[in-house]
Design a protein around this ligand. Structure first.
Ligand code: EZ4
Ligand code: CO
Length: 401
């Protein structure tokens, strides 16, 4: 029996920070998993190094389910983004190893193909309606079938999803957006989608992310105002710690609803799914406890006609994109996958077999996850402290971000 001989945490920042776990076995096989938690990367690295890795040494790498249960139940302290991202890193690495040992891609181990490839959506975001429309049209011309559109609201200086003037999303201290004004936003977004829909026609799927900023009744109103533009989904309209809040949103609109990129456990979405309060669940393999847990979440959601549309922003590493590609191919109720291009240097660090062609994500046929880490390249990019931005309203009060 092969055993886990060694496991190492690799923190690298090729354009942005990524936390990767590399597990090596006594048979000379290794696997990698993503544990990146944006803005809190070193907490996962420490949790893995100090608490998880010692438990892995000597275990049979083939026992993925038992290892998952050991790390989840065995810690006593359940759930939470740091814990679940750490478990995810282990889980992905073990699936990668199993695939390599058996000579099969992970999608094959998960039951084989359930579709030809997974539909992806990518991002258009700009500072004016005209620029946003142009970007959406360009992405459509490049073959994308689904695009998320975000645009700066006139009267608000800086806001989510819109490129900052002379800056990137991350900085060494949290960037503070000021002047968030929900009424301006709610009046503006329907104008944005009227312009986009008119320019691109009926076929293209359009999505929008409200990034947790609305109250339930505001979300109901925005959803209703957007109905005529037939969005694929309205994302994160309301923070979902209170799952019952989506009852109010649901009562008021037929715009499809997506939520859950910050969820890490099936219990974060249990009521949302069981009461059919959402249409799409956004949990990802990295923040949702790995391939093992996300498959269970998907099976539970399938019973209630809820589909998966997993988080795939650029802070989810190319390793998570590989996991998403395998899950998407094998899982019937995956509807769409978010896809944001990573910084170019990160593809040097993470060579991979997955590809996005003509708006669809393909996992490739390589055994395991089909993604690797070039450790020498990784060494060139040291960790850079970074935070997510925070948002304040016009009166200075902190707002959900
Ligand atoms: O703010 O990935 O849908 N995507 C998003 C992202 C998230 C970041 C958080 O780390 O909302 O931009
Ligand atoms: Co989002």
């Amino acid at each position: 029996m092969a055993k886990i001989e060694n496991a190492r945490v690799i923190v690298t920042s090729p354009g942005r920070n990524f936390v990767t776990l590399k597990i090596e076995t006594t048979d000379g096989v290794y696997g990698i998993g993503d544990g990146t938690l944006n803005g809190r990367e070193l907490a996962v690295a420490a949790y893995l190094r100090d608490h998880v890795v010692p438990m892995l040494i000597g275990r049979d790498p083939a026992d993925i389910e038992d290892t998952w249960q050991l790390l989840y139940k065995g810690a006593y302290w359940r759930r939470g983004p740091v814990t679940m991202a750490s478990i995810a890193a282990v889980d992905m690495a073990l699936w990668d190893i199993k695939g390599k040992v058996l000579g099969a891609p992970v999608w094959d181990l998960l039951g084989g193909r359930s579709r030809a490839a997974t539909l992806v959506y990518t991002h258009a975001s700009a500072r004016t309606i005209e620029e946003t429309v142009e970007q959406v049209a360009q992405l459509q011309a490049r073959g994308f079938k689904a695009v998320r559109a975000q645009c700066l609201v006139p009267g608000i200086d800086e806001m989510y999803g819109v490129p900052r003037q002379g800056g990137t999303e991350d900085s060494s201290l949290p960037f503070v957006e000021t002047g968030w004004d929900t009424s301006r936003y709610m009046r503006f977004v329907p104008k944005l989608f009227e312009a986009v829909r008119t320019a691109v026609g009926e076929e293209l799927h359009l999505l929008h992310d409200a990034h947790h900023r609305l109250s339930p009744i505001e979300a109901g109103r925005l959803g209703r105002d957007l109905e005529e533009f037939r969005l694929f989904w309205l994302e994160d309209a309301v923070p979902a710690e209170l799952q019952a809040a989506f009852r109010v949103v649901r009562q008021h609109t037929t715009t499809p609803l997506a939520v859950g990129e910050v969820f890490n456990n099936i219990h974060d979405c249990e009521q949302l799914v069981r009461e059919q309060l959402i249409d799409y669940l956004r949990m990802s393999a990295v923040h949702g406890g790995g391939i093992t847990h996300l498959r269970k979440v998907a099976a539970f959601a399938e019973v209630y006609h809820v589909k998966l549309g997993c988080h795939g922003a650029a802070d989810l590493s190319p390793v998570t994109m590989a996991a998403a590609a395998h899950l998407g191919l094998a899982t019937n109720n995956v509807a769409i996958q978010e896809y944001a291009e990573h910084p170019e240097q990160s593809y040097e660090v993470f060579p991979h077999h997955w590809s996005v062609v003509d708006g669809y994500l393909h996992p490739g046929d390589a055994p395991g996850l089909g993604v690797d880490i070039d450790e020498r390249a990784a060494e060139r990019f040291g960790y850079v402290r970074s935070y997510l931005p925070v948002s304040r309203k016009t009166d200075g009060a902190i707002s959900s971000w």
